[in-house]
Design a protein around this ligand. Structure first.
Ligand code: 8OZ
Length: 364
């Protein structure tokens, strides 16, 4: 199959008009100041990618306790806000749109990254068999403490506070990161969540935290400017659920009623390929969500064309291709060769492998 013209048909994601269906996926790059303030080179990086239908920012912590890796950005201080404002201004000047991905890592963290060397928090005290990246390189994630009910309520306030900073920073909306084994996912899936209070047990209880976060964020942005990211295949960060299809089916159906901008689904992660059974389950789950669906994970222009032509997806978010191809929509449109991303410069470092990937022709 060839490239569908539908990839370049404008549409609406909730309240946000997008000129094409080729979105920039959230990409962790670990190039902020250690206090979480984005550096000025991020203005160049995001500006270069403004021809995307929608940019979803790299995962951005909502609070000091939400941090899990070295040099990731935050959106919980006036300094963060001012630095992000320059980035959103640059994207808007380039004709683009950008959402802020609101992130709390939960147990995927290390005491050395957290205030006063505290333990990370999660739905339970189960330690992840996973690693994070600290000042000392890769280290095993620390044993977490289960959040109290008061701790959950305070974290919901942190999401609301971060959404307020995101609005002040000029973001067009926010994406609530509930995927990839981070805090909200640690509540959704019962391989980690063993609580016996109102936030554990059946799936209605396990999704309560996510729904309360959405309600709090909806006080700041309208639902049509809020997206949610999920990863029902649970491939990352030692996640598991006893019945993923039932769990995520209930979550999709519930989110379907909220008139959100979109549901964004990680369909495969770079650590594994999805099987036919996985693809079939993703398809059955997809039928449970009536709004805009953003597919992500391993797509190229042809697969994206198929997904959009068939009505399966509204848009497709590209990750690794966007690291190396700032003008990705144009390259897909004309069938140009792609620059290959260099894995060695994905995380941390300077402008090399960040703002220096070449455009097809002269830069915008
Ligand atoms: C890669 C490295 C660190 C974090 C995610 C925020 O998986 C991430 C992430 C990805 O959602």
């Amino acid at each position: 199959m060839s490239i569908s013209e539908k990839l370049f048909e404008p549409t609406r994601l909730g309240d946000v008009e997008i000129p094409n269906r080729i979105l920039m996926a959230p990409l962790t790059r670990n190039r902020s100041e250690s206090d979480g303030t984005p550096k000025s080179w991020a203005e160049t990086y995001y500006y270069q990618r403004a021809s995307s239908g929608l940019i979803i920012s790299e995962a951005t912590q909502i609070s000091p306790m939400g941090k899990g890796y070295i040099d990731t950005p935050g959106i919980h201080t006036a300094e963060h806000m001012a630095a992000w404002k320059k980035i959103t201004d640059a994207v808007h000047a380039g004709g683009g749109r950008i959402f802020c991905q609101l992130w709390h890592v939960g147990r995927i963290s290390h005491t050395s990254l957290l205030p006063d060397g505290r333990a990370p928090v999660s739905s339970s005290d189960k330690q992840a068999d996973s690693q994070t990246f600290t000042a000392n390189g890769f280290e095993a994630t620390s044993k977490p403490e289960a959040l109290s009910i008061d701790g959950i309520q305070a974290t919901i306030k942190d999401y609301q506070n971060a959404a307020q900073f995101a609005r002040a920073a000029g973001f067009d909306g926010v994406e609530v990161h509930a995927a990839n084994g981070y805090l909200l996912d640690q509540f959704l899936q019962n391989g980690v969540n063993n609580r016996d209070d109102a936030y554990g047990g059946n799936v209605e209880n396990r999704m309560r935290f996510l729904l309360e976060v959405l309600a709090a964020v909806e006080g700041i942005f309208p639902p049509g400017r809020i997206g949610v990211r999920l990863s029902p295949l649970g491939q990352a960060n030692d996640m598991s659920d006893s019945d993923p299809e039932a769990t995520f089916g209930a979550i999709y159906s519930t989110l379907s009623l909220r008139n959100l901008a979109y549901l964004h689904v990680v369909e495969s992660f770079f650590t594994s390929d999805s099987s036919d059974e996985d693809a079939a389950m993703l398809k059955r789950l997809r039928s449970r969500y009536e709004g805009n669906y953003i597919a992500n994970g391993g797509y190229d222009g042809e697969r994206a064309s198929e997904a959009i032509e068939s009505g399966y997806a509204t848009a497709v978010a590209f990750g690794r291709p966007y690291i190396a191809n700032p003008d990705l929509p144009e390259r897909i449109r004309i069938g140009a060769d792609m620059n290959e991303p260099n894995q060695e410069t994905f995380y941390g470092g300077d402008e090399t492998g960040y703002t220096d990937y070449p455009f097809l022709s002269s830069r915008p």
